[in-house]
Design a binder for this molecule. Structure first.
Ligand code: S3P
Length: 171
């Protein structure tokens, strides 16, 4: 069984995922990292050179692969929830966690990043709000949702591990 972390950019998937994996002595995987390694270029370059559709296709094949892992904490790119095929694969052997916070916090955490091409627009806050609205229904397929606003990494990890859909799988 795996723990899958989804949620918008800047909600803490990578930091929580690394902590959780270390604590459980499980493997940590990050779909964006695998995509960059496989393609030999940064996410922002993939978007520029090949476009979003190509990126999403590569992302889906990476999701299919990591879904076959066991005892892995999988941090997914924020757009993974958009394709039902991704959610189907991830839910076969994983509990899917949705991390969320306010748009203003997301802006704060992502504004220094040059590797988030989707937010590379004149008004990133408006873009964040728009995407959050569009994506909201897709998170309904997650097993649990956690508000990460002003909550420490350890506390978030505890909430995940103690959740009834996760804790029985950890014994
Ligand atoms: C994206 C989120 C990014 C990355 C890509 C697209 C999105 O990952 O996959 O830039 O559509 O929300 P993070 O959520 O890890 O930043």
């Amino acid at each position: 069984m795996n723990i899958v972390l989804t949620g918008f950019m800047g909600t803490g998937k990578t930091s929580v995922g690394k902590f959780l994996a270390g604590h459980l002595n499980w493997q940590f995987v990050d779909t964006d990292e695998i995509i960059e390694r496989d393609c030999g270029r940064k996410i922002s370059e993939i978007f520029i050179d090949r476009g979003e559709k190509y990126f999403r296709d590569v992302e889906s094949s990476v999701v299919e692969l990591v879904s076959l892992f066991n005892k892995a904490v999988i941090a997914c790119g924020g757009g993974v929830v958009l394709r039902p095929q991704n959610m189907d694969a991830l839910s076969k052997n994983g509990v899917i966690v949705h991390l969320f916070t306010r748009a203003e916090k997301i802006l704060e955490y992502t504004k220094t990043s040059r590797n988030r091409p989707i937010l590379n627009v004149p008004d990133p806050l408006a873009k964040i709000r728009e995407l959050m609205r569009i994506r909201e229904p897709y998170y309904k397929r997650c097993n649990l949702s956690i508000d990460t606003t002003d909550v420490g990494i350890e506390e978030i990890a505890k909430k995940i591990m103690n959740h009834p859909s996760v804790s029985p799988c950890l014994v």
